[in-house]
Design a protein around this ligand. Structure first.
Ligand code: NAD
Length: 444
């Protein structure tokens, strides 16, 4: 057996809450001074809500959907996090994603806590009217557990600006006469949305990647110009990252969606316009002329400089991490790599820019949208992108310098306490949260 392949732990290894617990445990070793009760407070969700949603379908049947909203932590400000519509949405997954949001907001230093929500459904089989009814019923079911100063939703997988418009409209009908625009972000531009929000996560990924390379995170790869990149997931995040990387001289050699992937023939770069046209025409990138069809697992194993998982969680695990040949992985998606895979990648010398840094662009521009809504103002795109760049650069600098400090300790200790960029990022975020717990004091 390849020395870098371990038995894949199946569903247990992929369980979102277990992944988050393990990531937390690795960072927690650096917080020996914190009281166990406070450690639990930082780890566990503050509030979880499950709602049952009877919805009248277009054919007159009534179907029951289940929705969740988890507020993980509001130490730094109101909860913030997306709403996901997907068949695999569960309380377990939503809780894990809510914890990631707490850490992400703390890491990029925006005044929000972490939250997440979702409805278990397959949007591919639902009409727009059915989606609107599901959204309205979900938001009505959450009642005052969301609000501009308590918990603020946003888009996530298979929800969009249109979904957020319905969220706003429902909440606004329930709270007439108030400025309710800041209750949700990722809205359409005409309805208080922010310039640059749709692109923010992909753009943030590219900013973090460029900064990390400039800081020397990968030896011999100082920038994206000429880099060979493979991207899993061709949605809002993957698509934008692809375009920005190509603009900067990178070669995007492969992309994929839920139906499979395409690899440019003869090792060339893909023509992005052709990929977009193929996707618009057929609903999938698969079938692109001048490309070879590959599986999503093949894509993850391609020899390349940068791999960007930008689809689902749990994609790189003990069973396939040994096949990864990229030099750097940039986590566009949330928790695409299991802790077991993290260890395998580290042993192979493959660096990982973690989700809480690499995909923090979305929540950062959501924060700008919220501020603009409160101020009844709108900022130009250049201003948004400039602020985003500064914030992502700052966070990347802090993560890399902490990682370097850990690496120095590791060398001094003969390799006993080594840590990766993920743990460095998490320690950075948790340290801020722990400090704020102490400053605020335990209530009452
Ligand atoms: P999206 O719905 O726009 O796109 C998802 C893409 O993933 C689609 O191309 C879909 O076909 C593909 N996909 C689905 N299942 C797949 C599978 N099994 N294998 C390969 N591809 C598959 O979603 P998005 O907004 O681009 O989000 C992608 C990821 O980024 C998610 O993990 C999300 O949580 C994370 N994220 C998104 C944002 C944001 O602002 N959009 C912010 C932070 C994190």
């Amino acid at each position: 057996m390849d020395e870098h392949v371990r038995p894949f732990g199946g569903a247990e290894e992929l369980a979102p809450v277990r992944i988050i617990r393990e990531q937390f445990a690795r960072a927690r070793r650096h917080f020996n001074h914190l009281e166990p009760g406070l450690v639990d407070f930082l780890r566990l969700p503050q509030r979880t809500i499950t709602v049952n949603l009877p919805v009248e379908m277009d054919d007159g049947r009534v179907e029951n959907f289940v929705g969740y909203r988890v507020l993980h932590n509001d130490l730094l400000g109101p909860g913030k996090g997306g709403i996901r519509f997907h068949p695999e949405v569960s309380l377990d997954e939503v809780s894990a994603l809510a914890a990631l949001m707490t850490w992400k907001c703390a890491l990029v230093r925006i005044p929000f806590g972490g939250a997440k929500g979702g409805v278990t459904c397959d949007t591919k089989g639902l009409s727009q009217r059915e989606l609107r009814r599901i959204t309205r019923r979900f938001i009505a079911g959450l009642g005052d557990n969301i609000g501009p100063y308590t918990d603020i939703p946003a888009p996530d997988m298979y929800t969009s600006a249109q979904t957020m418009a319905w969220v706003y409209d429902t909440y606004d009908n329930m709270h007439p006469g108030e400025n309710n625009l800041p209750v949700v972000t990722g809205k359409p531009l005409e309805l208080g949305g922010s310039e640059g929000r749709n692109e923010a996560t992909g753009r943030g990924c590219v900013f973090a990647l460029e900064r990390a390379l400039a800081l020397g995170v990968v030896q011999g790869l100082e920038g994206v110009d000429g880099a060979r990149v493979a991207i899993q997931g061709f949605g809002e995040v993957g698509r934008v990252a692809a375009r920005l990387l190509i603009e900067r001289g990178a070669h995007v050699i492969a992309v994929s969606d839920s139906r499979g992937g395409v690899l440019a023939e003869n090792g060339d770069a893909l023509d992005l316009d052709a990929v977009l046209a193929q996707k618009a025409e057929s609903g999938s990138v698969v079938g692109l002329r001048g490309s070879r069809t590959i599986t999503n697992d093949d894509l993850l194993a391609l020899p390349c400089d940068v791999l960007i998982p930008a689809a689902l969680g749990g994609q790189i695990h003990a069973g396939n991490a040994g096949r990864v040949q990229a030099r750097l992985i940039v986590e566009g998606a949330n928790r695409p790599i299991t802790p077991e895979a993290d260890d395998i990648l580290a042993a192979k010398g493959i660096r990982v820019l973690p989700d809480i840094l690499a995909n923090a662009g979305g929540v950062t521009v959501s924060y700008y949208e919220w501020v603009q809504n409160i101020e009844h103002h709108s900022w130009p795109l250049e201003s948004i992108n400039g602020r985003l760049l500064a914030r992502i650069n700052g966070a990347t600098d802090r993560v890399v310098s902490r990682w370097r400090a850990f690496s120095a300790d590791c060398a001094d200790a003969g390799g006993a306490v080594c840590t990766d960029l993920r743990t460095a990022a998490l320690v950075e975020a948790l340290e801020r949260l722990a400090l704020v717990v102490e400053q605020r004091g335990i209530w009452p």
